[in-house]
Structure formats: structure tokens, C-alpha cells
Design a protein around this ligand. Structure first.
Ligand code: ADP
Ligand code: MG
Length: 310
């Protein structure tokens, strides 16, 4: 029997990115159709009972699923496009609400804390003048100051002394930049763990080590990934974190500490390059298998509804 061919839209600004290319490859290998749309070129048409999207003047039709690959700088518009697909009853790999939530570091930490997940002690204030008290409440220096909306390690600063911490926090406040102040987890030794979660399973994991003399392990900051096997506890924390954030696909970043794994952030558009090259696994195909499963679930639901309507 011939299998149905699904039209899967990837929302991506750049078709030559590794992750985008790999997703296209995986879709086509499975015999489906891949369409790349730049979310910033999508027009959202809102009309009673007839939500639609136009791309370069043409109506986007017959989409079976959408995979958002939305950069942090365009979260607002990208999420609106994803929401419009949701209005059109198109299944999405990442729900718009979860996408928006995951981009706000503070909100994410609040959600994770409520789910009883370990994390470095963190303080956020509305430009408080009580800088010294803030510093004491995370256990003094050294400490980490983080721009709320930073990514890829930019905007994460290590303050070695109380004095330095004060100046850094005051400088950010005077620029009206929103920051969180966080306990520095020294025993992580410049490394963190990335667990790639799909559909409540860890499909790949790596340890990222910052380059010599660097506490940030981001690959964009020169860090390198090595293959690791997560402990039972790390695996559980990663799955709980993804679930708490409402993400079926997620990159969960954790620090290894004396008091167990501490979650730093949960990424809703985790890159494929680092994890595939480190683990030697075809993660793109795992993503597509999950998306196809979503499509089929949604089709079954629709036909059930139709049958009960007639
Ligand atoms: P970004 O979103 O920019 O990646 P992160 O919060 O993930 O910001 O921080 C970047 C890196 O800095 C982490 O991967 C980790 O290696 C290091 N780091 C961040 N917070 C801490 C902390 N509290 N203690 C120790 N290292 C940290
Ligand atoms: Mg990070």
C-alpha cells in the first residue's frame, strides 16, 4: 500500500542552516513534501471563521504540519504565525504558547521551580537599589549576571567579586536592561549537559565543555561537545523540564552540581548540528517521525469528529 504524502512546512529564515537542511532531507527521505517558509514573509489574515496565511501573495494551503525554527529575535512575529497555523487546525511541532514561554528566562525558571526541578538560586528584581542584598541572597560572589533575553552565551557574565558584581548589575540597570542574578555553580567546571528530548524520550545527550578559561559551554563560544550517557536522575530531570514547559521537542540544558542536576534553560528550537555530530544519530528523522505521528493523531481526531457529526 502506498503511504500518504504529507506536506510539512518548516518555518525558517534561512534554508542553508544545518538544522533546516537536515529536516528537509529527513522529510524527503520519508517520501513527504518539505516546504520552507520564512515566517517574516508570511502575512496573517484574520477574518471571522476563516483564518489564513499568505506567503508572497499566495494563500498557503493543504499544510499537514508545521515545524517552527524561530530565532529568538523574531519570537513575537514567529509565534503569531505559528498561532495562525494552530487556528487553521494544523498540528505544530512546538505550540505557540510554549514557544513564547520558553523564550522568557524568568518565566521559564518560575515554571520549572513549580515543577520542583533543581536550578541555580536566582534573583530577579525591578531595578532594585538594594544591589548588595541581591548579591548576598544568591550566596555572594562569584556570581552570574544574565540578560533576560540573551542566547548563545551572549549576555551571560561572571562577576568574580562582590565589587565587580555590584558594578555589573548597576551598569545593566542603568541601561534599563533586565537581568537575573544567579548563584555561580563552580563545580560544573565550565561544562553543561544538553539533553535532546522528543515526545517524552531523551533521543540524544552530550556534554559541552567551554574552551580553556571560559565558564560558558555554548558551542557558539567555542565549546566542544562530547557524547555522554545521562544518569537516571539527569534523564528524569530533562523529561520533567520539557513536560513542565509544554514542549514535545526540547533541548534541556543542565549543570552537574553537588546537589544533582540543575536546569539552566529549556530550548524550544534546539539546534541539530551539535547533537547529531556528537552522537552520530539521525535526530532529524526522529523529529519527523514525531511530526508524522502528530499528523496521524490529528487526522484520526478529525475523522472521528466528522463521523460523530453525521
Ligand atoms: P544562553 O541562553 O545565552 O545560552 P545560559 O543560561 O544557557 O544562557 O548560559 C550560558 C552558559 O553559561 C551555560 O551553558 C553554562 O555553561 C554557563 N552558565 C550559565 N549559568 C551558569 C551558572 N549559574 N553557573 C555556572 N555556569 C553557568
Ligand atoms: Mg544556553
Amino acid at each position: 500500500m502506498q503511504h500518504p504524502i504529507y506536506k510539512i512546512v518548516i518555518l525558517s529564515r534561512n534554508r542553508s542552516l544545518y538544522s533546516t537542511k537536515r529536516l528537509v532531507e529527513a522529510i524527503e527521505n520519508k517520501g513527504h513534501e518539505a516546504v520552507i517558509l520564512d515566517h517574516l514573509k508570511c502575512d496573517i489574515v484574520i477574518e471571522q471563521d476563516k483564518p489564513s496565511i499568505y506567503y508572497k501573495g499566495e494563500r498557503v494551503k493543504n499544510v499537514d504540519a508545521v515545524i517552527p525554527r524561530i530565532g529568538a529575535s523574531v519570537t513575537f512575529y514567529g509565534a503569531a504565525v505559528v498561532r495562525q497555523f494552530e487556528m487553521m487546525n494544523v498540528p505544530t511541532a512546538v505550540e505557540s504558547q510554549a514557544l513564547v514561554r520558553s523564550r522568557d528566562k524568568l518565566r521559564s525558571l518560575q515554571i520549572l521551580a513549580r515543577a520542583d526541578i533543581g536550578m541555580p538560586k536566582t534573583v530577579f528584581t525591578n531595578y532594585s537599589k538594594e544591589v548588595k542584598k541581591i548579591i548576598d541572597s544568591v550566596g555572594g560572589a562569584p556570581l552570574i549576571v544574565k540578560l533576560l533575553e540573551g542566547t548563545q552565551g551572549y549576555g551571560v557574565v561572571l562577576a568574580p567579586t562582590k565589587k565587580a558584581a555590584e558594578s555589573i548589575i548597576e551598569a545593566f540597570h542603568s541601561m534599563k536592561a533586565r537581568v537575573i542574578v544567579q548563584e555561580f555553580i563552580e563545580e560544573a567546571k565550565g561544562a553543561d549537559l544538553r539533553a535532546f528530548v522528543i515526545d517524552n524520550k531523551v533521543v540524544g545527550a552530550m556534554k559541552r565543555q567551554g574552551k580553556e578559561g571560559e565558564f560558558r559551554s555554548n558551542l557558539h563560544q567555542g565549546g566542544t561537545g562530547t557524547l555522554i550517557k545521562l544518569t537516571k536522575e539527569e534523564r528524569k530531570v530533562a523529561l520533567t523540564a520539557a513536560k513542565a514547559m509544554g514542549l514535545s521537542i526540547a533541548g534541556v540544558d543542565m549543570l552537574q552540581s553537588e546537589r544533582g542536576p540543575l536546569v539552566l534553560e529549556v530550548n524550544s528550537s534546539p539546534g541539530l548540528e551539535g547533537i547529531e555530530k556528537t552522537t552520530n544519530k539521525d535526530i532529524a528523522t526522529e523529529v519527523i517521525n514525531f511530526v508524522v505521528k502528530r499528523i496521524e493523531q490529528s487526522k484520526r481526531r478529525k475523522s472521528k469528529k466528522y463521523n460523530s457529526d453525521v
